[in-house]
Write a protein that binds this ligand. Structure first.
Ligand SMILES: NC(=O)c1ccc[n+]([C@@H]2O[C@H](COP(=O)([O-])OP(=O)(O)OC[C@H]3O[C@@H](n4cnc5c(N)ncnc54)[C@H](OP(=O)(O)O)[C@@H]3O)[C@@H](O)[C@H]2O)c1
Length: 276
């Protein structure tokens, strides 16, 4: 598995399993299947209400905890009590440390939450801490008034929303980009059928999904595709062993519309929706 070295020196797999909307036995089973396939990083969140099932899947896989990289997120409604939220996540995930914990959205008292994550990081409970859905303005603000620079920023990133501008800012501050919705969620069929994508799939003997995931990885972006289907979990894992040429990368770069589907905190209506 290819890894990326985060700004605090720890290594993180460039590919992991997303678990948004996974629930119950299906969630535990998918996590176990992914680990058996070779995945070593799992992404969950307090807000997904599936940390217990993710923990169950990890336990059932029988793989040594030290081999895994577990990521979870603190919900903004818990920001006043971030320590409690992290301790609860640890219990549900059946572990005594986490590899990476993120602030899920830059809403509410995220300064209080960040400083608690900084303490848990200093205590060795969290190997790395980071943020999610932070646009450059929020990121610069957080970095400017705190001790620890976020190791990653998990933000919606895919073919149609490549975050070319945002990634320049992340690079400047040494924050690694992590793509959520790397397959474009509901827009995936649109992407899978683009002639630019199908031509590359044919050339490299891969599926469109594999081309799209590989494209992001080749840009140095961490990806966490979600699937509950064994064949897709395997397909999404088999994205290494080939390189796109610079011209091919440029062709895919040109398909960017810089328009997120979910991650638009700048839109007041979206923010109101989150507050409900
Ligand atoms: N930080 C945040 O605010 C935030 C927001 C959203 C997501 N996330 C994280 O990012 C992860 C990934 O994002 P996402 O789940 O929203 O979207 P995604 O991974 O881009 O797409 C998932 C969808 O694609 C389908 N799929 C997966 N592999 C496929 C393949 N090879 N061919 C065809 N369809 C395929 C899945 O269906 P099946 O499951 O039925 O196979 C599912 O419906 C989440 O699971 C979560 O961990 C974070």
């Amino acid at each position: 598995m290819k890894t990326i070295t985060l700004n605090n020196g720890i290594k993180m797999p460039l590919l992991g399993l997303g678990t948004f909307k996974m629930a119950g036995e299906e969630c535990a089973h998918s996590v176990r299947m992914a680990i058996e396939t070779g995945y070593r990083m799992i992404d969950t969140a307090e807000g997904y209400r599936n940390e217990e099932q993710v923990g169950q899947g990890i336990a059932e896989s029988g793989v040594d905890r030290k081999e895994l990289f577990i990521v979870t997120k603190v919900n903004f409604r818990s920001f006043e009590n971030a320590r409690e939220a992290v301790l609860s996540s640890l219990k549900k995930l059946r572990t005594d440390y986490l590899d990476l914990v993120l602030l899920h959205w830059p809403f509410g008292n995220y300064y209080a939450a960040w400083r608690e994550l900084e303490k848990l990081h200093a205590e060795g409970v969290l190997r790395a801490i980071g943020v999610s859905n932070f646009e450059p303005d929020r990121l610069i603000d957080l970095v400017s008034f705190n001790k620890v620079v976020p190791a990653v920023n998990q933000i919606e990133t895919h073919l149609f929303c490549q975050r070319q501008v945002e990634r320049k800012w992340m690079e400047k501050y040494n924050v690694s980009p992590m793509a959520y919705a790397p397959l474009g969620q509901a827009r995936r069929s649109e992407m899978f059928t683009l002639p630019e994508v199908t031509a590359l799939a044919k050339k490299y003997g891969r599926t469109p999904a594999q081309i799209l995931l590989h494209f992001l990885i080749q840009l140095g972006i961490i990806v966490i595709p979600k699937s509950v289907h064994e064949e897709r979990i395997k397909e999404n894992f088999n994205v290494f062993g080939f390189e796109l040429t610079e011209t091919e990368m440029e062709t895919l770069r040109a398909l960017d519309t810089a328009t997120p589907m979910v991650g638009t905190p700048a839109k007041p209506e979206k923010v109101e929706m989150f507050m409900r």
